[in-house]
Design a binder for this molecule. Sequence first.
Ligand code: HEC
Ligand code: HEC
Ligand code: HEC
Ligand code: HEC
Length: 450
Amino acid sequence: MKKLFLIFTALLIPCLLFSQNTKSGDDAKGIFKYENFQKPDECGSSCHTDFYAQWKQMMMSKCYTHEWDEIEYFKLAVPHAEKESKVAGVKAGCNGCHAPVSFMAGDVPPPKPNMNSRANESVSCDVCHSVTGFTGDTPYNFNFISNPGNVKYGNRESLNSPSHDVKKIDFLSKAEFCGTCHNEKSPFGAWVKATHLEWKDGPYSREGVQCQNCHMPRTPGISSAMGEFHQDVAQHLFHGAHDPGKVKGTIELRIHPEMEDAAPGEQLKFTVVLYNAKTGHKFPTGSAEERMLWLHVEAVDAKGNVFHLKVDKKGFPGEEFTISSDVLAYQDMGVPLGITDFKGIQRDGIPFGDRIFRMPYLDPVGRMTIQQWNTASFGVDYRIGPRETKTETFTWVVPDNIEIGKLKVKAVLNYQKLPLPVADYLGVPKDESEIIEVNFHQTFVEIVDD
Ligand code: HEC
Ligand code: HEC
Ligand code: HEC
Ligand code: HEC
């Protein structure tokens, strides 16, 4: 009997191992059923009430339902995929990161958010806590391996949960885990999201600081109703671009004049130094095709007259993308919108002559695009890297109509998630293009009679 049992288990173990899923990315489409994944409210109703409440606030619980996501997917990506074979894969693929359970259940495109289907769960508890690893060397394009079931993968050993087993997995606590969705390669092979790759190239990875350290801060407490007390419970906050408090102060600013006084007709020069003190990746990162970060400098004379200072050109290739102007862009949107010879829309929607810290995404014919899936190459990368310092100068001839007396010169660094002209054109709610002041600094110059 004992022998039989041994033979039986010896046969069973490989069987069990074999039943582990190893498919990921595009190959994972339709390999599971919705029922394989628990609903987040089941996790949250009586056990993980606090984490559930935190999850409800974060963008990852809304990445299918958030209005701009809905507009971009249903108005642009789906029709584009139906018209151009090169990008056909995104019709399903967007959901690999934005509605992973629907993708793995093969329900693509999922019903629209107002249908209240399970796609609305977006990135749910069970999406993250069923991941056991990823395929290949580089995490990207949802190449995580999912093994949903009674075992939830977590960051601690030996926990006794009454409703499921818990297994510790180091991968969950590593940046690579996040990279499976926070790195994205377009159908043209361009890295249109590279938050993990930027981190990997930067100082924080060398110091062992993971994404989780900055986006899941630790506090003493319990992580479930019946859980043990720990000093360092990983909070599920995931603050990002949608949290002005996270964005504010990211860059430290200083402006200094070359001279302390000047007369009308004389030339003044100001230097602005910008230091990225807070992000573990570039700023902006992620959806960089639509993030605006710009430096605006104004002088106000003793009578309150306002003068706008334009940034000095440095002369590097592709610099024209980094100085705001009235050029039109985003012409490739005409394809999904069904407009032939679409002239495009205003590129920036901010005062002309301001410096923009960005990396332009270029469509297959080299025009700037907001459709990251239609990106074939990039222009100059003029974003601010982790702990990087950038310097800008503003040379200005003091005008004759200026008031004698104290001149205040103020440098403001502004941030916007989506350029206003694009938001207005597509009918995206205004809060997506609200302007957040990242930081400012001001200095004074005395205007004297010559
Ligand atoms: C985007 C992925 C993601 C989502 C969504 C997510 N978690 Fe987590 N969770 C993590 C990661 C990563 C850790 C481990 C953090 C670490 O070790 O640095 C974690 C840790 C935990 C822990 C252990 C915390 C501790 O420190 O003891 C619990 C419990 C937990 N999650 C429950 C939940 C529940 C419940 C939900 C849904 C309401 C949820 N998680 C949603 C990624 C996620
Ligand atoms: C299953 C895919 C997936 C995984 C895994 C994942 N994310 Fe996300 N994450 C997303 C998506 C999709 C969004 C976009 C939400 C939206 O539509 O704006 C997002 C948004 C975010 C945001 C908010 C950005 C904002 O605009 O405010 C932060 C911060 C974030 N993720 C951090 C992390 C970290 C840290 C990890 C690893 C512990 C992680 N994510 C793992 C898919 C994922
Ligand atoms: C040293 C702290 C730090 C580390 C490490 C870090 N971040 Fe961030 N992250 C920030 C700060 C600060 C912001 C807010 C400014 C911004 O939007 O870039 C941010 C913003 C974000 C955003 C929002 C970007 C957008 O425009 O929507 C995402 C997504 C994100 N981080 C993901 C990650 C991932 C994934 C990792 C690991 C590969 C990571 N972060 C590592 C500090 C950090
Ligand atoms: C590899 C994973 C992945 C894929 C595939 C993906 N996304 Fe995302 N998407 C993200 C992450 C992560 C973020 C947010 C992080 C950030 O902004 O830094 C995001 C952000 C967005 C945002 C911006 C949200 C905001 O508030 O600004 C939109 C809109 C969006 N995605 C739509 C799409 C569409 C449409 C597709 C398919 C063409 C798609 N995504 C494919 C991971 C993905």
